[in-house]
Design a protein around this ligand. Structure first.
Ligand code: CTP
Ligand code: MG
Length: 223
């Protein structure tokens, strides 16, 4: 089985507001992308990595990536995250298992990568890391009025890496509708998506507050 990790890193980072594509913003002195790729490689569970970046940054990205015996390819991403993942899938024709892992989850522990791959190797065809939600979640209508309070015990916050049988993910992307995560496309095919326990350190660096937290955590980790 060939495990290929696709790393979407072509987003602009509008909410972070650092005036450069988010994956290239530094956390504790290294670009988020470099940290995310290193975490995948350090898991020992990945045979190959494909990174999708803005087209104009392909050449300089190669210089940022860690030296490794695991091959790391860099390809241009697309306008939406799904376009970037589609480009990564096209660059990984030999994959039997695929992980999709946001560069923005720069501090993801290697053990979480191993947990997802372990579940795939045990036979699951789609696996996502999941954490219980701590806030109460409410649905609202267009005016902001609350329409309901779903039972929190049945809700999970979903992270990456998300892991898939490569054929299943290719089939999901062939159907091609938009979803907020890769597992969402697989769900539309009617396939079962399994969960493994996520990790708080796999949070997505989205806002300036997240970046403060990430820098603090990286400083602790690296000393
Ligand atoms: N991503 C991508 N291609 C896109 C959009 C997003 O590869 N066209 C990647 C991002 O680089 C990131 C991951 O998908 O690693 C998750 O996306 P998000 O957190 O939304 O990052 P950005 O799109 O960069 O941020 P924003 O939405 O605030 O602009
Ligand atoms: Mg985005």
């Amino acid at each position: 089985m060939r495990v290929v990790a696709l790393v979407p890193a072509a987003g602009m980072g509008v909410r972070l507001g650092e005036n450069k594509p988010k994956a290239f913003v530094h956390v504790g002195g290294s670009p988020m992308l470099t940290r995310a790729v290193r975490g995948l490689i350090d898991s020992g569970s990945v045979d190959e990595v494909v990174v999708m970046v803005p087209a104009e940054l392909v050449a300089e990205t190669r210089a940022l990536l860690p030296d490794s015996t695991v091959p790391v390819h860099v390809v241009p991403g697309g306008a939406e995250r799904t376009d970037s993942v589609r480009a990564g899938l096209a660059a990984a024709p030999d994959a039997t298992l695929v992980l999709v892992h946001d560069a923005a989850r720069a501090l993801t522990p290697p053990a979480l990568v191993t947990r997802v791959v372990g579940e795939l190797r045990a036979g699951a065809r789609a696996v996502v890391p999941a954490l219980p939600v701590t806030d109460t979640i409410k649905s609202v209508d267009a005016t902001g009025a609350v329409t309901g309070t779903p039972d929190r015990s049945g809700l999970r916050a979903i992270q990456t890496p998300q892991g898939f049988d490569a054929e299943l993910l290719r089939a999901a992307y062939a159907v091609g509708t938009q979803a907020t995560d890769d597992a969402g496309l697989v769900e539309m095919l009617g396939a079962t998506v399994h969960t493994v326990l996520g990790d708080a350190l796999a949070f997505k660096i989205t806002t300036p507050l997240d970046l403060v937290l990430a820098n603090t955590l990286a400083a602790h980790r690296d000393t």
